[in-house]
Design a protein around this ligand. Structure first.
Ligand code: NAP
Length: 318
């Protein structure tokens, strides 16, 4: 059976992905359709495609597959896919790969430790040649809030708690607690997490409900001087509000891994700020090999009549 790999990626990345999908789906014919207009497969192949694996598909392309029955995203976030007005109304699965969640947890732990141990403040002191020990709380005295308790949030919260931080997680619906992690949900829960977390980690999906959530209102409710780590999507943060909160000392330091425009343009003023750490969307990059195995297992589930993992609810947008 033909599986369409619809991807707008650099040539080298495309080759790695195609090879990984072929290795994980040996019984299927993997047909790539890239950003290059000349790469379009023959019309009779497109007419028979029932499964498409997608990585940045050019808008409108999926609508050209009349037999399509499943769209499997190569990424964990599907906000860009859902923005395609021509996206067919077939089941859409986002990537669920435990290795991706483990990578995210590792990145989050690294940033939280750096903020907890006051590395930005010591870096600023070093730049001035200034020797000044700062009061240092223990991990158990540091409350870390995690927004979004899905695959990424749960793995990150669990690792932070395991290491010794005081962790509280926030999700839309109430969830059973993880060992060492307090849980909050709904509007009251958000108030609680914002008010309590001296370090706030954003791992929400970008939806109409979460767009711009991290703006002036949220920053005002956080403890003065709190740290922020945004590894969700750029659209969660209202950048002018963040800059105002940093200038006022309401936010002490922000780690930004994701931006509304990526790559972040060379002249963007965010680059120059000592109170912002910028990483180029690397918190948890998809590993084509482990992702291809997870995708193959998900397609097998779907073919066996089971619901695929990561099935997206179009009404909530994740
Ligand atoms: P997921 O499993 O779908 O989890 C989403 C979580 O967010 C769920 O706990 C959900 O609550 C919660 N949520 C959604 N809308 C909410 C709302 N309005 N209020 C409160 N909670 C809400 O997603 P995931 O796999 O963890 O991925 C999360 C996001 O991480 C992705 O969408 C992507 O943007 C980002 N990401 C970034 C990188 C990177 O390298 N920076 C890599 C991978 C993913 P319920 O549990 O109640 O449904």
């Amino acid at each position: 059976m033909s599986i369409l790999f619809l991807a707008d990626l650099a040539a080298e990345e495309l080759a790695v992905w195609t090879q990984a999908l072929r290795a994980s789906l040996p019984g299927d014919d993997i047909v790539a359709w890239t950003g290059e207009p000349a790469s379009a497969p023959a019309a009779e192949i497109l007419a028979g495609v029932s499964v498409a694996v997608v990585a940045n598909p050019p808008p409108g392309r999926l609508a050209r597959l009349p037999a399509l029955r499943l769209v499997q995203s190569a990424w964990a976030g599907v906000d860009a896919l859902l923005a395609d007005p021509a996206l067919p109304a077939v089941p859409l699965a986002r990537l669920v790969d435990p290795l991706l969640a483990a990578d995210m947890a590792e990145a989050v732990l690294g940033h939280v430790l750096a903020l907890h141990r006051q590395m930005p403040a010591y870096r600023a002191q070093q730049a001035r040649g200034h020797w000044q020990p700062l009061a240092q709380p223990r991990m158990a005295e540091r409350r870390v809030g995690v927004l979004g308790m899905g695959e990424m949030g749960q793995a990150s919260a669990a690792l932070l708690a395991q290491v010794g931080f005081d962790v509280v997680g926030w999700s839309r619906r109430p969830r059973a607690p993880l060992p060492g992690v307090a849980m909050a949900s709904g509007a009251d829960g958000l108030d609680h997490v914002l008010g309590a977390g001296q370090i706030l980690i954003n791992l929400l999906p970008l939806t109409p409900q979460t767009q711009g959530l991290l703006g002036a209102g949220a920053f005002a409710r956080m403890p003065r001087g709190a740290g922020l780590v945004n590894a969700g999507r750029g659209g969660h943060v209202v950048v002018p509000d963040l800059i105002a909160a940093l200038d006022a000392g309401q936010i002490g330091h922000a780690v930004l891994d994701v931006f509304t425009v990526e790559p972040l343009p060379a002249g963007d003023p965010l680059w120059q700020r000592a109170d912002i750490t910028i990483t180029p969307h690397v918190a948890a990059p998809t590993d084509p090999h482990s992702a291809a195995r997870a995708i193959a297992a998900n397609i097998a589930r779907w073919r066996a009549g089971e619901a695929p993992l990561g099935l997206v609810d179009r009404s909530t947008g994740y």
